[in-house]
Design a protein around this ligand. Structure first.
Ligand code: NAD
Length: 317
């Protein structure tokens, strides 16, 4: 028996699988569903209840979390006879942790105002490894009282130091899109300078260390790029199709607020080229490979150089 609220969770993919395991580890009773029933096997073995629909998840839980690919998927689990709205009790709580946009939640607030639902957006950073280790960064938009009430739920999935209440409803989505936009821009810029420098005859390890020692250093150069340089790992835990989705949403946001986004648009096109070339399921860091292929040089540090300096844990976006 537990006094913790029952958490309903919809979307047990690369992120949701780790997040639910950590909720379960923290003692939260779980009710889960996904289009792929096999994704729940381990959770069910650990005591979670399987629900046949989002409506059933909502009916059997004290709060519902969605962790789905795109706004279209979020819309799909909300409405209709099987949707969350058909099962959630009046005054119930829905937290969308997907990288998405405010519109689906805004429509619910507008069309079902009398039901008094508590709705938060709480997208995350930290890659699938952060989801698996319970060290996600979480950016929450919504009422302060709701954020405080739900903090133990967030703390089961994220780094307590980096669970940030970033503003009113919708602010979490905007912060998350800007984080990804900047990180993807860092990635493309870094790939470009590494390929140019190496073709100009500089040793890759020396070039990177010089960048780290310079005013041009960034978290990407210092940490995240090492997954490619030392391991040839382009992070398949985050599909490039979803990265392209994020870049598209980010540019839509820029357009809607009237701010030009020339650089973001170029980065988006480079990502879309990589997706076309290497496939939807290629890792989010695959655009680096475009530069490797064009330059005809794999960006890999020699093993000895890697052993010298690869001390930092990746700090993913
Ligand atoms: P994923 O594609 O691995 O998982 C999505 C899951 O949702 C799948 O298991 C799918 O079967 C399920 N699903 C889709 N439609 C459904 C429906 N109607 N009902 C029930 N289940 C449904 O995606 P992911 O990598 O886990 O990403 C989820 C969200 O988190 C996305 O918005 C992504 O942009 C964001 N995100 C991902 C990462 C990462 O590193 N993977 C990092 C930060 C944020």
């Amino acid at each position: 028996m537990t006094n913790l609220p029952t958490v309903g969770f919809i979307g047990l993919g690369n992120m949701g699988s780790g997040m639910t395991r950590n909720l379960q580890k923290a003692g939260f009773p779980l009710v889960v569903t996904d289009l792929r029933p096999e994704s729940a096997a381990e959770l069910i073995a650990g005591g979670a209840l399987w629900a046949e629909s989002p409506a059933q998840v909502a009916a059997l839980s004290d709060l519902v979390i969605t962790m789905l690919p795109t706004p279209r998927h979020v819309e799909a689990v909300l409405h209709g006879a099987d949707g969350i709205l058909a099962g959630i009790r009046d005054g119930g709580t829905w937290i969308d942790m997907s990288t998405s946009v405010p519109e689906p939640a805004e429509r619910v607030r507008r069309d079902f105002a009398e039901r008094g639902l508590r709705i938060l957006d709480a997208p995350v950073s930290g890659m699938s490894i952060g989801a698996a280790t319970g060290m996600l960064q979480i950016f929450v938009g919504g009422d302060a009282a709701d954020v405080a009430r739900l903090r133990p739920v967030f703390e089961a999935m994220g780094d307590p130091e980096r669970i940030l209440h970033v503003g009113a409803a919708g602010a979490g989505y905007a912060v998350k899109l800007m984080i990804n936009q900047l990180w993807f821009s860092h990635l493309v810029a870094t790939a470009e300078v590494l390929a140019i420098g190496v073709k100009a005859g500089v040793d890759l390890g020396v070039l990177r260390e010089s960048l780290v020692a310079s005013p041009a250093n960034s978290n990407f150069v210092q940490n995240d790029v090492l997954s490619i340089l030392d391991h040839g790992d382009y992070d398949e835990g985050f599909a490039i199709a979803l990265a392209c989705k994020d870049l598209g949403l980010s540019i839509d946001l820029a357009r809607s607020v009237g701010v030009p986004a020339e650089l973001s648009a170029v980065v988006e096109q480079i990502y879309r080229r990589a997706k076309a070339q290497y496939g939807d399921l290629a890792g989010e860091m695959t655009p680096v490979k475009l530069y490797e292929d064009v330059a005809g040089v794999p960006l890999r540090r020699a093993a000895a150089a890697a052993a010298d300096t690869a001390t930092a844990e990746p700090v993913p976006a």
